[in-house]
Write a new protein. Structure first.
Length: 184
């Protein structure tokens, strides 16, 4: 119970920071470069797999419930946005990052775990982007175009986010008085 009492406010905080990260953006076509993944990865590292994923699930649920906390607003209609698959991908990304950084992860492990989480984000987001762009919006985009516009243009920014995460993780974990996230 004590663990739950401690983790609930941190989970809410990381969900809120992810929402703030949606508005710290650089528009790039139908999607934007945001700080959402930075806060997702931070949630995984600081909260562990269970609570990290819960923070991102709360963020997505609140946005779908109508709070305008996604980059382009909120509500159930957001499911038809080309970028929605990336929002869904935040949940397993946080879980994987949390699982891979249990204990006292060093910088290299944080970077590798975050890179793996980013891979999960793209594995969920890119097919969804392809489907919405082609089946719903009728744009007829090829898979290489979707990979370019949905992933490759974002990779330099993603690398910067992962580097920043590697710098802030250890001090933040110490500030929270935690050497490690809970086991599950």
């Amino acid at each position: 119970m004590r663990d739950q009492t401690r983790m609930l406010p941190l989970t809410a905080l990381l969900a809120a920071l992810t929402a703030v990260g949606a508005f710290l953006r650089i528009p790039l076509g139908s999607m934007s470069l945001t700080l959402q993944f930075f806060f997702t990865a931070l949630a995984g590292v600081l909260l562990g797999p269970k609570w990290g994923a819960a923070s991102q699930a709360a963020y997505v649920a609140l946005g779908l419930a109508g709070l305008p906390i996604f980059t382009l607003g909120g509500g159930l209609g957001y499911i038809l946005q080309p970028s929605f698959g990336f929002l869904v991908g935040l949940i397993p990304a946080a879980a994987l990052i949390g699982a891979l950084t249990r204990g006292r992860p060093g910088t290299a492990r944080v970077v590798l775990a975050s890179t793996a989480g980013l891979g999960v984000l793209y594995l969920v987001g890119l097919p969804y982007l392809y489907l919405i762009q082609n089946a719903y919006l009728g744009r007829g985009l090829s898979w290489p175009v979707v990979v370019w516009t949905g992933m490759l243009v974002y990779l330099p920014g993603d690398a910067l986010k992962i580097a920043a995460l590697a710098v802030v993780c250890r001090p933040l974990r110490r500030a929270l008085g935690r050497g490690a996230a809970p086991a599950a």
